[in-house]
Design a protein around this ligand. Structure first.
Ligand code: AP5
Length: 217
């Protein structure tokens, strides 16, 4: 069992690689973005509270996301957890360390996916996902085999995210550099950080991720 964080700016490929690890290594993906989007569509009070914040590209409060993760960590995972989009602030990183300690677990590796801003814009502007199973596609780099039909589950519910537009992306990137990028130094100091080239092709990125995981087992 290996617990890892996938760290990187919006569009770095965290979700894409997390989905592969779920399929190949029986790991559990804990994506705070997906949890918050589920809350939005469920119409819950929390979902209504976070909707405008997310659509704008700002970060949701630490308390809300830490609460979401705390709940999920109670579920057992055979292969380990993939933290995708969490932590995003130093406060969240400290909270994760405490939560893992309380549940008798540890953090094995933090994988920073390095991608330049121009590539991020191209990736985000072409992204669409399956509303049923969450599979991630792209207009040019990874289109569905049959137009409008998810390769993984056959659903025709393919969607684009409300925050995948130029204005929100500008804010999301700024939030990343201001509040999340300090985590690179934080985990480097803890000797848990490995940086990989997120600009490489998806299979090459997957191989780099696998190399880090194999070192932990
Ligand atoms: P979240 O859902 O976490 O979004 P994000 O971090 O902005 O990351 P993305 O999902 O946009 O990108 P990704 O790295 O997963 O890339 P993907 O694999 O899809 O968060 C959304 C919002 O929720 C936040 O803005 C905030 O409001 C809130 N939130 C979430 N967590 C929070 C927290 N902890 N604290 C506070 N607020 C929080 O890939 C992108 C595209 O590129 C796809 O089309 C894919 O096919 C393509 N692609 C992927 N890899 C490659 C490759 N190697 N080569 C070519 N194309 C590729």
């Amino acid at each position: 069992m290996v617990n890892i964080i996938l760290l990187g700016p919006p569009g770095a490929g965290k979700g894409t690689q997390a989905k592969r690890l779920v399929d190949q290594r029986a790991m559990v993906q804990l994506s705070t973005g997906d949890m918050l989007r589920d809350a939005k569509t469920s119409g819950s009070e929390m979902g209504r509270k976070v909707a405008a914040v997310m659509d704008r590209g700002d970060l949701v409060t630490d308390e809300i996301v830490i609460g979401l993760i705390a709940e999920k960590l109670a579920t057992p995972s055979v292969g380990g957890f993939i933290f995708d989009g969490f932590p995003r602030t130093l406060k969240q990183a400290d909270a994760l360390a405490d939560l893992l300690l309380q549940s008798g677990q540890g953090l094995d590796a933090v994988i920073e996916m390095q991608v330049d801003d121009a590539a991020l814009v191209a990736r985000i502007s072409g992204r669409y996902t399956c509303g049923n199973c969450g599979e991630v596609y792209h207009d040019t780099t990874r289109p569905t085999k049959a137009a409008g039909v998810c390769d993984a589950c056959g659903s025709t519910d393919l969607r684009r995210r409300a925050d995948d537009n130029a204005d929100a992306l500008r804010i999301r990137l700024m939030e990343y550099y201001k509040k999340t990028s300090p985590l690179i130094g934080y985990y480097y100091a803890k000797k848990q950080l490995t940086s990989i080239d997120g600009l490489a092709e998806m299979d090459a990125v997957a191989a780099a991720v696998a190399k880090v995981l194999d070192r932990q087992e």
